[in-house]
Design a protein around this ligand. Structure first.
Ligand code: SAH
Length: 220
């Protein structure tokens, strides 16, 4: 059997250069930067494009989907102002990369993906990296995951025509929901914060995500 070099050691140089780039692009939250340092992005991209894994670029992961650009993950995770104690719901597991970033940043991660082969690959990778605080569900994330609600933070990794109402309903008091909202080709990152029975809504960066397909998103 060939010994596999530990993910933490492999490609450490390129990973540190990526962290440096993220810092230059405004990611200053030390816990977020540390999560990037700990997470081997090359394990989440197809073998043929591994050499590009530490570019600050979105890359294809199959099934017409992409692993998001690291600086977009960095900015989003920073906007959620995580302290380590949260229970977080992620919609759109995709490669599972951001799921593992989250596993380093919060107490419990719940993540939903609608494309079965992507979820299977993500599940294998998450297990290989020994992230034990992650629960995965195959299905339509626009309806949320009621069983474990409320969530301190919800992060949607695909773009929706509107803020999905069930997700807002599953926020804890003080909880934050980050979701790209807009047309199919261009969106704004929207941050919804629950305050008692009311909600604050802020429109932030212009972004471009793949469509959120489901009951409270775009029609599949
Ligand atoms: N953060 C992921 C992003 C993947 S792209 C990564 O970096 O790898 C967005 C993902 O959202 C795709 O895998 C897509 O299949 C998934 N998706 C789209 N609509 C969804 C829905 N309603 N429920 C769950 N996942 C959905």
């Amino acid at each position: 059997m060939v010994a596999r070099s530990p993910a933490g050691v492999e490609m450490r140089g390129p990973r540190q250069r990526l962290v440096e780039q993220l810092r230059e692009k405004g990611v200053t939250d030390l816990a977020v930067l540390r999560a990037f340092e700990l997470t081997p992005r090359h394990e989440f991209v197809p073998t043929g494009i591994r050499h590009r894994a530490y570019e600050d670029a979105a890359l294809p992961i199959g099934n017409g989907q992409t692993i998001s650009q690291p600086s977009v993950h960095g900015r989003s995770l920073q906007l959620l102002r995580l302290t380590g104690r949260e229970r977080v719901l992620e919609i759109g597991t995709g490669s599972g990369y951001q799921t593992v970033l989250l596993s380093h940043l919060v107490d419990q991660v719940f993540s939903i993906e609608r494309v079965a082969p992507l979820l299977d690959a993500a599940r294998r990778q998450i297990a290989a990296l020994d992230a034990k605080n992650v629960s995965l569900l195959m299905g339509d994330g626009t309806v949320g995951w009621r069983e474990y609600a409320p969530y301190d933070a919800i992060i949607v990794s695909a773009a929706s025509p509107d803020v999905p109402a069930p997700l807002v309903a599953q926020l804890a008091d003080g909880g934050r929901l980050l979701v790209p909202v807009g047309g199919r080709d261009a969106q704004a990152l929207v941050l919804v914060t629950r305050r008692g029975d009311g909600y604050d809504r802020e429109e932030l960066d212009a972004v471009r995500f793949v469509p959120l397909l489901g009951r409270h998103g775009w029609t599949p």
